[in-house]
Design a protein around this ligand. Structure first.
Ligand code: GDP
Ligand code: MG
Length: 673
């Protein structure tokens, strides 16, 4: 970078740095620190300014910022003051207590324009009063004591001849709390500083007093911790006038790894005017025996201004593509979130058609998963593959029936039959099977298993409840208002269906208890098969010698018979006959309890989907408990809040995108610089 000091102009104004456009006459009294970049940088800065004003940081997008850090009283505020040509609060003790964002804008105004913005306030002020205004605002943000706050204050300075720069002045680092400061003041300040200098987009302007050893500077340590290479750190050495000794060596040695280089300055002292201060500075570096040896390209506020403008431009052009990318990402994100937000229904017609749409979509889904076996809407969710899951449930119910104690044909073989026959004795011919014996045994068995079909339909309807809820949620996800009443109605409906189904099961069980009948020829086949082994079996039983022994019954395996030995043959014959009937008939009963319930279940589900579903949901919606159709028009506060926030964010991001797009063409200009 070359800076051409225009000797001719500097004779009338000591600070003219580079060529000032002759077509735009400048007021003579003002000393401009304009840079050749200004014309190009301006639109970019304006764009950045726009982004900042849109509060794009809230969207998580960091903008390139020059952050001024330094130990307390190192001269940070003085440097800003020099750059802006205005008076800021300064002095001993802690003066800068909140982050001060200073936006300098070169404007050909006859009078400078100063505006303070903080906490939503906007205060217009002038050079004379800006110091007080800042102090007042600081007190409002950080209290009247000596505490600090992270709530920033923005000072916009529109003035002729200032460099186009945006910088943040931060509270100085202090180790020892002064009277009235909280004990953790160091940590508080450190946190604020770290927050500002950590983002890669930040340029760190490290203000160092010439009087100190740079290697011991706290601010150097902090900036090194986030900018190891130093490539985004620029050092300003203040108070060159106070400690000129060894300054040249210090900045040449660069013991502290400052990537962007050093600039030595002398700020305004005491009641000097701004012009006087610049004159003094120029003289100092021109004529001082030690300071004059320092290269002119690294001394003086004008050089600092020039450097900062350049660094800022580089940084912006480097970060803009990334910013654009981030804006696009965030925008896409917000738009998507907005899209999936429950739709806002604004008219009754909208609400009704949304409602009917949900019903019709849900019904189609239910048909597919419950009857047809098409699962494309739930490819991975096995629970929603209902046709298959219903078979699973039915199978496990059937196997439970077949494996329960009541279905065990061989345990305590004939004992129960013998006991029941004993109590069913009647005066009559001996070779008639007492019907009551059979019925007693049958009823006992049916009672024993009666909970199983009930449990089965119970669990099937619980399962269906989940399925229906899942389907409804899927199709009503965008309508918060509808979901509540729809889900309630569906709950009612399922409960009703379940009750109805259990009623049917109870009836089926009762029927089995009441009548023993089947036209199924398998009954007789099975009975005859068992009876055909009767003679052989009973013969073996009577031949058994030992106390415990087993006899093989064909088709049923070894059977424990020791206890049967004591009964007369005629009793055993009758018991065996009774057992044969029971075994053969029980198979029929169990199969009937599976078949009948399965068929009824399918009928119920069919009615549910094709008839009851729509009816019940409409009833639910229109009933007073459902709140009527009008309720659909209400939006939950949390959702409308979220919608508002997202809409705002989308608006900001869209505007930001436009802003950035408008200046993108110009970016290439700096990329090469
Ligand atoms: P800050 O705490 O880092 O903001 O430091 P200030 O800007 O408030 O400056 C602290 C003190 O150092 C003030 O009294 C300034 O006048 C003084 N000061 C700042 N820069 C210079 C300088 O270049 N030369 C001299 N002699 N004093 C300076
Ligand atoms: Mg300060």
């Amino acid at each position: 970078m070359t800076t051409t000091v225009n000797k001719h102009e500097s004779s009338s104004s000591s600070l003219a740095l580079v060529h000032v456009d002759v077509d735009q006459p400048q007021p003579l009294s003002v000393a401009p620190i304009v840079s050749s970049y200004n014309e190009k940088i301006r639109p970019v800065l304006d764009a950045l300014e726009n982004l900042r004003r849109l509060n794009i940081a809230k969207e998580g997008i960091q903008l390139p910022t020059i952050v001024v850090v330094g130990d307390q009283s190192s001269g940070k505020s003085s440097v800003l003051e020099s750059l802006a040509g205005i008076s800021l609060p300064r002095g001993q003790g802690i003066c800068t207590r909140v982050p001060l964002v200073m936006r300098l804008q070169n404007h050909p105004l006859p009078q400078p324009e100063l505006v303070l913005e903080y906490n939503g306030n906007r205060v217009t002020t002038d050079e004379e009063n800006v110091s007080d205004a800042i102090n007042n605002a600081t007190e409002e943000l950080a209290g009247t004591a000596k505490g600090i706050s992270n709530n920033p204050l923005t000072l916009i300075v529109k003035k002729n001849g200032v460099p186009d720069l945006t910088m943040v002045d931060l509270p100085g680092i202090t180790r020892v709390p002064v009277h009235g400061q909280p004990d953790n003041i160091y940590d508080q300040i450190k946190d604020i500083i770290m927050e500002y200098i950590t983002p890669e987009e930040s340029i760190i302007l490290n203000v160092l007093s010439a009087s100190v050893d740079f290697t011991t500077c706290e601010s150097i340590r902090m900036s090194q911790s986030v900018d190891k290479t130093g490539l985004r750190t620029l050092a300003v050495v203040t108070k060159a006038d106070k400690s000129p000794e060894g300054l040249l060596e210090k900045v040449t040695a660069d013991d502290v790894n400052i990537g962007l280089g050093y600039v030595c300055v002398r700020n305004r002292i005491g009641e000097e005017t701004y012009e006087e201060a610049r004159n003094e500075e120029q003289n100092l570096f021109e004529f001082h025996s030690l300071l004059s040896k320092i290269d002119k390209s690294i001394v003086g506020i004008p050089v600092l201004a020039q450097k900062l403008v350049h660094v800022q431009a580089m940084s912006i052009s480097k970060t803009l593509p990334e910013i654009i990318k981030k804006i696009n990402e965030k925008l896409a994100n917000s738009l998507h979130e907005l899209e999936i937000l429950p739709a806002n229904l604004s008219s009754l017609a909208d609400a009704m058609s949304a409602f009917l749409q949900i019903i019709s979509l849900s019904r189609d889904s239910l048909r597919k998963i419950l009857f047809i076996g098409e699962f494309e809407e739930y490819p991975e969710e096995k629970q929603m593959h209902c046709t298959a899951r219903l078979v699973d449930m039915l199978n496990s119910y059937a196997s439970e029936l077949n494996n329960c104690a009541e279905s065990n044909a061989t345990k305590d073989f004939l004992m129960e039959e013998i006991n029941v026959l004993e109590e069913a004795k009647f005066i009559g011919l001996p070779n008639f099977m007492p019907r009551t014996a059979f019925q007693t045994l049958l009823q006992r068995k049916v009672r024993g298993i009666s909970h199983m079909p009930i449990d089965f339909v119970d669990s099937v309807w619980d399962y269906l409840q989940n399925v229906v809820t899942t389907v409804l949620n899927r199709h009503s996800a965008n309508y918060y208002q509808l979901q509540v009443s729809i889900r309630r109605a569906a709950g009612h409906l399922i409960a009703k269906k379940k009750k109805n189904c259990i009623q049917h099961v109870l009836q089926a069980v009762e029927m089995e208890k009441l009548t023993d009948y089947t036209c199924n020829p398998e009954y007789l086949e099975e009975y005859n098969k068992i009876v055909s082994h009767q003679v052989a079996f009973l013969n073996e039983v009577s031949n058994v010698k030992r106390l415990t022994s087993t006899v093989n019954l064909e088709g049923y395996g070894p059977i424990e018979v020791a206890q049967l030995k004591n009964y007369p043959h005629q009793v055993l014959t009758q018991a065996y006959d009774l057992k044969a009937r029971l075994i053969a008939y029980w198979k029929i009963v169990l199969r009937r309890l599976v078949d009948v319930i399965a068929l009824h279940l399918m009928l119920s589900i069919n009615e549910l989907v094709n008839v009851d579903f729509q009816k019940e949901l409409c009833n639910g919606l229109l009933s007073s408990a459902g709140g009527g159709v009008e309720r659909l028009l209400e939006e939950s506060p949390s959702i409308s809040g979220k919608r508002e926030k997202l809409s705002r964010s989308v608006k900001v991001l869209k505007e930001s995108k436009e802003t950035v797009a408008n200046i993108m063409d110009r970016i290439g200009v700096y990329g090469d610089n």
